[in-house]
Design a protein around this ligand. Structure first.
Ligand code: GLC
Length: 588
């Protein structure tokens, strides 16, 4: 919806453009702030250097103090950990490295007692190659029901020595691997859009559909409030298996084409058939009490295609990665926000904002690179290093901008500490399959997965009682530790806490968005300004400070200056939340 309402301040000739009206308080997920816990790196209770479920349970107070509504747990299921748990060997058990099913139950129970909802990760596109089904498929003959649960095909060429198509793995290299048959001869090929240890399931197969529905029920019965659906746009493949030799970039979904051409529609991403699966799942969740939810990780091309996953009879949320991938540029961010809200409004779903996750360079480093946007796939010691101060300043401004937007928002653990990427990890400790499958051309995602610092002066900064960490923490992370920031005015942690409190008090999650144009000095190229209910939000992305008059500042991402006549000076790369002092402030 785009209407122009009367001037907010006639003297300043401001106009407001309503993009999104306030909505009624409804299901929790429409406005929730959800904290992503990456179990390997949140808190380690047993001292082996890898985080675990009891560690998370013991630290849930951090989330309630911060003021989030829910947590999303990345996978903790039994897994050989070839892709950090996104290679699931058994969907119904907890990997012993992370604990037991009883530990999962205890975590869910305590979270609920604290008023936190719990979302778990579901990985339906592929299993681990150690899953019993895949082992059975390897042992069985071509054409068998065991092989029909995966995507097995004969190769091309005289002896089938060529892969069935030229499809490429997201992690680099070919998307097909060849198996050795029982008689010892090279045999069929199986599809893996990710690592070779992550064979794709065949979603044409009813047994696969039934099994994953049963997995949903298993966790719903244990009380989870929802699922984050991994690679939700990848499950269905074009059964004619046409060639399409483009590698897709994670999260941005950009398809590589060396010649710079549009590679045309992919035969395996965002196929229309995926939506039938989510309509079924919607029904499964609807059979349970409470407002359970599904959130799609779908790297679709347009906001409309992403919103299609959240039509009323499908999922409840889909990550809007445009906010994450859009460069730090006022005009482009405004467009991304408008388009995201417009597309989700058209289907009656909340827009679900994301700034960071376990697959991208951390925001406070990404935004300190000369070229902002989605950023490189990892940073190494030999790469240009981010400007840490500028990056953190922008990340805080971006966070206050995001948390003022109507809809739901996800935070990635450590984001509330302003934690940077580990940009100088030695290659010997890297684990991301993308590092290996690209022949080290990409450093991969380990740098955003380093264990959290809790206490400045404890071994492993309080992550683990023994001081062990599965990835080394930078020596200077003490200043980022939770205990170094708690109660310190202006720290990143306290800045997030205040933002979350105000967001709740002002009901911003169910609020409105109207762009404000014409404020003095605030050209659209450098300043984003909008109202959400009675709050004025202004983000200065330009190089010069901007003066604001007649406002009561409630919160800011960094220090502000004072000008003449009570003016507030908003420096570069800073966001403020203010209340208009005038009586004609727009109210919903
Ligand atoms: C998703 C996950 C990522 C994983 C991939 C394959 O994109 O976020 O971490 O590697 O799926 O499961």
């Amino acid at each position: 919806m785009t209407t122009t309402s009367p001037a907010l301040d006639p003297e300043a000739l401001t106009t407001t453009t309503l993009v999104h009206p306030a909505t009624a308080e409804a299901e929790w997920w429409r406005s929730a702030v959800i904290y992503q816990v990456y179990p390997r790196s949140f808190a380690d209770s047993d001292g082996d250097g890898l985080g675990d479920l009891p560690g998370i349970t013991a630290r849930l107070g951090h989330l309630t103090r911060l003021g989030v509504d829910a947590l999303w747990l990345s996978p903790f299921y039994t897994s050989p950990q070839r892709d950090a748990g996104y290679d699931v060997a058994d969907y119904r058990s907890v990997d012993p490295r992370f604990g037991t099913l009883a530990d999962a139950d205890a975590l869910i129970e305590k979270a609920h007692r604290l008023g936190l909802r719990v979302i778990v990760d579901l990985v339906p596109n592929h299993t681990s190659s150690e899953h019993a089904w895949f082992q059975a498929a390897l042992a069985a003959a071509p054409g068998s029901p065991e092989r029909a649960r995966y995507v097995f095909r004969d190769g091309k060429g005289p002896d089938g020595e060529q892969p069935p198509t030229n499809w490429r793995s997201v992690f680099g290299g070919p998307a097909w691997s060849r198996v050795t048959e029982a008689d010892g001869r090279p045999g069929q090929w199986y599809l893996h859009l990710f690592d070779a240890t992550q064979p794709d399931l065949n979603w044409e197969n009813d047994e696969v559909r039934a099994e994953l529905e049963s997995v949903l029920r298993f966790w719903l019965d244990r009380g989870v409030d929802g699922f984050r659906v991994d690679v939700a746009h990848g499950l269905v493949k074009d059964q004619s298996f046409p060639d399409w030799g483009h590698r897709t970039d994670m999260v941005s979904g950009d398809d590589e084409d060396d010649a710079g051409h549009d590679p045309g529609p992919s035969p395996y991403w965002d196929q229309p058939g995926v939506h039938d699966i989510y309509r079924r799942w919607h029904q499964v969740l609807a059979g349970y009490d409470g407002d359970r939810c599904l959130v799609a990780e779908a790297w679709a091309d347009t906001p409309e295609k992403i919103a299609a996953y959240t039509r009323p009879d499908e999922m409840q949320q889909a990550f809007n990665f445009d906010y994450l991938t859009t460069p730090w540029d006022a005009t482009r961010l405004r467009e991304a926000i408008t388009d995201g809200l417009t597309a989700s409004d058209a289907v009656g779903a909340p827009c679900t904002w994301v700034m960071s996750n376990h697959d991208v360079v951390r925001a406070s480093s990404r935004l300190g690179l000369p070229e902002t946007g989605k950023g490189p796939n990892g940073i190494g010691a030999d790469d240009p290093q981010p400007d840490a101060e500028l990056g953190l300043r922008r990340a805080r401004a971006a966070a206050l901008l995001m948390l003022a937007l109507p809809g739901s928002a996800y935070l990635y653990q450590g984001e509330e500490l302003g934690l940077p990427e580990h940009t100088t990890l030695p290659d010997e400790v890297r684990e991301d399959p993308a590092f290996f499958r690209t022949g080290a051309a990409e450093k991969g995602r380990d740098g955003c997965r380093v264990p959290l610092p809790w206490e400045a002066d404890a071994p492993a900064f309080g992550f683990s009682p023994t001081g062990a960490t599965w990835l080394p923490q930078p020596a200077d992370w003490g200043g980022f530790a939770v205990d170094a920031q708690k109660g310190v005015p202006g720290s990143t942690y306290e800045t997030y806490r205040t933002a979350l409190r105000l967001r709740r008090d002002f009901r911003l999650g169910t609020g409105s968005l109207a762009w404000v144009d014409g404020l003095p000095d605030c050209t659209a190229e450098r300043v984003l300004a909008f109202t959400n209910r009675e709050l004025l939000v202004l983000a200065n992305l330009g190089a010069e400070a901007v003066a604001l008059r007649d406002v009561e500042v409630l919160h800011a991402s960094g220090p502000l200056g004072g000008g003449l006549d009570g003016e507030v000076l908003v420096p570069h790369d800073t966001t403020v939340w203010a209340r208009l002092r005038r009586d004609d402030a727009e109210r919903d």
